[in-house]
Design a binder for this molecule. Sequence first.
Ligand SMILES: [Zn+2]
Length: 148
Amino acid sequence: MKIHLKQIPPEGLQLKGEEDCPIPELEEEEMRCAGPLRYNIDIGVSDGALWANGSLKQSVELRCVACLEKFVHQIQVPAFALHTDLPGPEIVDLDPFIREEILLNLPAHPHCDRDGGRVCKAAYVDAAEQSAKRKSDWSALDKLKLNR
Ligand SMILES: [Zn+2]
């Protein structure tokens, strides 16, 4: 996302829209973008510095560390903000800042049930085992009652 400083009016500029995946190198990590980057950013110039703030959303396909299945997770950056000295002559590239923010918000140990939208098969096995165990506890109690 490259911006000409001349395009930024004194009162700032709102950038809103979609862009292709800003981090294609994710594929090396067995992840990939599952849709475009959505952004809504206000940008402006003051005192020789560039500021921006807004929000980012990026859907990514991750692999669950528990059940090893792939699932889609939406990275949300509700408070993207940057303040930087004006670089070079007149073009600013926001991509490096956006990429860094998305990467920072990638879950390190993704679980497919983290968003509550699905049940992790691995977690389900755990829960099933536990309830089976609980049942056998009860049956032991029942036997006790019978013996009385
Ligand atoms: Zn899972």
